[in-house]
Design a protein around this ligand. Structure first.
Ligand code: M6R
Length: 608
């Protein structure tokens, strides 16, 4: 998830681009850059690793003059944060400049083809192929060239393009990544998000997938996928600038909850295919795995819960035993770890001190380390041997949401990958699970559609002081994560229990009105869960249940039920948690808590 801005008009573009990028830094902030067309029609580029300030300092000394330009603030996915990997990217002859948000799935294939055709690549990014491909296909008409290029590109993209042979225009396109056009008087804009241009205009076109926008200073033409001009409706923005950063949502957490379908799509893109899993970034092939006889998963908080799901699925698909440990425990317990160990660490920030210490300890003993993280170039990414990026985009709210679902997405793919290497999962099962994984964005959308009902439940119950989550198998890990969400943002005391353990103690806590969230999506143990629900109900509990569609027998037994569309049990943690995130979010709002910055907590725990 990166930020894009573009300007064409009569003012100096540089200042407008920098100001726009400053409003988009929440979308990515590991590097930034701009390309400006000078009055002689030459494209000049300046880009710099780090926060926008680094770029500003350079531009202050050596401004780029011109009134047409594109800019970018990056959240790295392919290639570490560096000056070279920053956008804009140029064609080898410097005549086409591109900024990009999204992932080019087939960039390796395209890169090989373009290198053979004589193009010279300088960065490790997927984006650079777009600049060279446009250059390769250019026939004097940048719009027609773009139409031809996107036929060869697979993946998601919002692109802003400058071409020095057509110095009076900016061309832009989107597919599965947001892009808008801002309409001004004698000036027009593109942006990945509204805040970037709010200072200049409140009239925008929201581009739909495959639409191309052609901007001059005085006109905007939008073409549909067939090249026909389409009559776009003007969307009038009435948000204030503060809300705009949150995309109109009241809090970053809610915005990030709603970003989950897209985040999951980005996680799966280029990795999850009909009958196979391709984890190009991870060099764990059959040869390497032959040397591994122990797998450990280590993480903290929410990431640890994703690790629990990982343990379950790796054991299920790959039939090897996996140990899971909180990183803060691992480092002090003299763990059994050696050169035959694969340590999998999971971390959104890639900077968590305990997780980092676990890596160092394991590496000292010769272990191989695979990191699942969201931050390219983070300490954990740099110290691990292999990295699987979650591609969730920046997560601002302290409470982790989209990072969690994408971590679970990654570890599910990894479990299938190991299963395939070990020959312990059939081709049919892989096809079945990958098909289910591809449905996860839609399943999350279904959970989001239940937001109002969850909100109502939260507002009816926000005064509670205790809350319990019960589930079995994979549902138990969803309960652990749901319980953590409730604690950290609504400050309600909560616990998660495996439902079978209730009778061994926790049921003593259930009283008239106690809220119990029963996650009962796992088919093999549904009947057992139904009995547990009856047990807590009989003691006066108020029960909110989450189950797969078709279990109408729950209706008379519970106070509220949310049904998930039928899908393989193994995939359900990715959508079931969304109901609990929304529930916690509204409990927190109703209780007047600081949702995005809960007390005593930090987004990144870089100290012990
Ligand atoms: O950045 P990390 O994923 O390593 O962070 C781990 C935990 O600190 C984090 O998941 C924490 O539990 C979140 N606040 C949960 O919402």
């Amino acid at each position: 998830m990166c930020g894009i801005v573009g300007y064409i008009g009569k003012k100096q573009a540089q200042n407008i681009l920098i100001d726009g990028l400053s409003k988009l830094e929440y979308r990515g902030y590991d590097s930034a850059g701009i390309a400006v067309m000078d009055d002689a029609g030459k494209i000049q580029v300046q880009k710099k690793k780090g926060r926008l300030k680094n770029l500003e300092d350079i531009l202050e000394k050596a401004p780029l003059k011109g009134s047409i330009g594109i800019g970018h603030t990056r959240w790295a996915t392919h290639g570490e944060p560096s000056d070279i990997n920053s956008h804009p990217h140029l064609s080898s002859d410097g005549r086409i400049a591109v900024v990009h948000n999204g992932i080019i799935e087939n960039y390796i294939e395209l890169k090989e083809m373009l290198i053979k055709a004589g193009h010279r690549f300088v960065s490790d990014t997927d984006t650079e192929v777009v600049a060279h491909l446009l250059n390769e296909l250019y026939d004097g008409d940048i719009v027609a060239t773009l139409q031809a290029a996107v036929k060869q590109i697979k993946g998601s993209y919002a692109l802003g393009i400058l071409c020095d042979e057509e110095p009076d225009k900016i061309v832009a396109i989107r597919k599965d990544s947001p892009l808008i056009v801002g309409l001004g008087e004698g000036e027009n804009f593109i942006a990945s998000d509204i805040p970037a241009i709010l200072k200049h205009t409140r009239d925008v076109y929201l581009l739909d997938n495959d639409e191309i926008a052609v901007l001059t200073a005085d006109s905007v033409t939008v073409l549909d996928r067939y090249g026909e001009v389409c009559g776009k409706q003007i969307f009038k923005v009435d948000w204030d600038p503060g809300d705009a950063e949150k995309g109109g949502y009241e809090h970053f957490m809610l915005k990030e909850i709603h970003e989950q379908p897209k985040a999951m799509m980005d996680t799966l893109t280029g990795r999850c295919f009909e009958d196979k899993i391709v984890l190009d970034d991870v060099n764990l092939d059959a040869e390497v795995m032959k040397n591994i006889n122990r797998i450990q998963i280590v993480a903290c908080g929410t990431a640890y819960h994703a690790g629990m799901v990982g343990k379950y699925l790796i054991e299920k698909f790959a039939r090897v035993s996996v140990e899971t440990e909180a990183a803060s425990e691992y480092r002090y317990k003299d763990p059994l770890v050696d050169e035959h160990t694969l340590l999998i660490v999971i971390s959104q920030s890639g900077e968590t001190a305990d997780t980092l210490a676990a890596i160092r300890l394991a590496k000292e003993k010769g272990a191989r380390v695979l990191a699942i993280t969201n931050v390219v170039g983070s300490s954990i990414a740099r110290e691990a041997d292999d990295v699987l990026y979650t591609n969730a985009g920046p997560e601002i709210a302290v409470a982790s949401t989209k990072a969690y679902v994408t971590q679970v997405g990654c570890i599910t793919m990894l479990a299938l990958h190991f299963g395939l290497l070990n020959g312990t999962v059939s081709a049919e099962k892989v096809a079945q699970i990958t098909a289910a994984l591809k449905r996860t964005p839609e399943l999350i959308e279904k959970a989001l559609a239940d937001e109002e009902k969850l909100k109502a439940f939260a507002y009816d119950n926000f005064k509670i002081e205790d809350m319990y989550f019960i589930g079995r198998g994979l549902d138990y890990y969803t309960c652990m994560e749901g319980s953590l969400k409730a604690k950290e943002i609504s400050y309600i005391h909560s616990d998660a229990y495996t439902a079978g353990e209730l009778k061994h103690g926790p049921i003593a806590l259930i009283d008239q009105g106690t809220v119990v969230v029963a996650v009962c999506t796992q088919e093999a143990v549904f009947d057992k869960m139904l009995s547990n629900i009856k047990e807590v109900k009989a003691r006066g509990a108020q029960v909110l249940a989450i189950a797969q569609e078709g279990h109408d027998e729950l209706l008379p037994e519970v106070d509220q039920v949310f049904f998930i569309p039928r899908v393989d049990d193994e995939i359900i943690p990715i959508s079931a948690i969304v109901y609990l995130q929304i529930l916690s979010y509204y409990l927190s709002v109703a209780r007047g808590c600081d949702v995005d910055k809960p007390k005593n907590l930090a987004k990144s725990v870089t100290v012990e």
